[in-house]
Design a protein around this ligand. Structure first.
Ligand SMILES: Nc1ncnc2c1ncn2[C@@H]1O[C@H](COP(=O)(O)OP(=O)(O)OP(=O)(O)O)[C@@H](O)[C@H]1O
Ligand SMILES: [Mg+2]
Length: 282
């Protein structure tokens, strides 16, 4: 579990994700549709991994089973050593809020709320107190480079900026794992690069693990490893072949910093944030 300062508590040697013989079969119109057929997967902590495969190969189903949004038919799902497959819905919901950040293709922002309020809502839902909530929301928006836009509502932002808000929101509760389903699907090439690079920065600087479903060939230049699904099973898992930017340290060499220290170490070039307008206490 993470605390509100972004400290990841008891870091162990357990992989971020481990699945054993994971299956998920949907029943539709009297027919069984096997979406996952025995997935054995290990994703070490601090890895940036893409998940590829044809439409219908089971990518979203796998992501949902890993994030506790869907219940496997059989098999084991262990996240940071905890078997989540037998948990009650209530326990899963609490765990998800504190441990997993979700990012989707269509952003999923609340249209009537500003960028700041969208992020802050996440913290409100997990029970964070007012002052801490405000500071953390600002911190997350700074991290994704949106300080100047935090009082804009989604329709006043570009697609890339909206996806940055969604990423800031996914970071609000300092998750150890981020699950993203085609996060660059609606973005142009340049903006997609920004988002792919932003995930890379988050993985490097905060030791977060990212599993990202993508059809985007560009992603190979950013991720550490690529996982291919075919017909509900892993066809291949291979390291991404790319020129390593010498400016980007190896994940193994990166010191884990809480978000606030990362900000201090690498200040944003943007203007200092306006203090957020204080939302009413709930
Ligand atoms: N809720 C559901 N009910 C019935 N069948 C489903 C359900 N969700 C997924 N499936 C089926 O499971 C299989 C895998 O679907 P999934 O959404 O995981 O594929 P995907 O790899 O994410 O595809 P895409 O790239 O198009 O998003 C498909 O055959 C799909 O029709
Ligand atoms: Mg999908």
């Amino acid at each position: 579990m993470t605390d509100m300062n972004g400290d990841h508590g008891t870091e162990g040697t357990d992989p971020a994700i481990l699945t054993e013989e994971l299956t998920r079969t949907y029943r539709m119109g009297g027919q069984d549709i096997p979406a996952l057929r025995g997935v054995n997967l290990v994703v070490p902590e601090g890895r940036y991994m893409s998940l590829k495969g044809r439409s219908g190969s089971g990518k979203t189903t796998l992501l949902n089973c890993i994030g506790g949004l869907d219940t496997p038919t059989s098999g084991v799902v262990r996240i940071f050593g905890e078997s989540i497959d037998q948990w009650t819905e209530r326990k899963l919901t609490m765990w998800r809020r504190m441990t997993v950040g979700f990012v989707f293709q269509s952003f999923g922002l609340m249209p009537s709320l500003s960028a700041y309020e969208n992020v802050e809502l996440m913290l409100r839902m997990s029970g964070a107190k007012g002052r801490q909530r405000r500071a953390k929301a600002v911190e997350c928006l700074e991290l994704v480079g949106l300080t100047r836009w935090m009082h804009h509502r989604p329709f006043e932002l570009s697609g890339g900026q909206q996806q940055r808000v969604a990423i800031a929101r996914s970071l609000a509760n300092s998750p150890r794992l981020i699950l993203a389903d085609e996060p660059t699907g609606e973005l142009d090439t340049q903006t997609a690069r920004e988002i792919l690079g932003l995930f890379q920065k988050i993985v490097r600087e905060q030791q977060v693990t990212v599993l990202m479903v993508t059809h985007d060939g560009l992603s190979d230049e950013y991720v550490d490893e690529i996982l291919y699904l075919s017909d509900g099973a892993i066809a291949e898992q291979q390291p991404a072949v790319r020129e390593r930017d010498p400016a980007i340290p190896n994940p193994a060499d990166v010191r884990v910093l809480p978000v606030s220290d990362v900000q201090a170490a690498a200040p944003d070039t943007e203007e200092a944030p306006d203090p957020p307008s204080a939302p009413a206490e709930s």
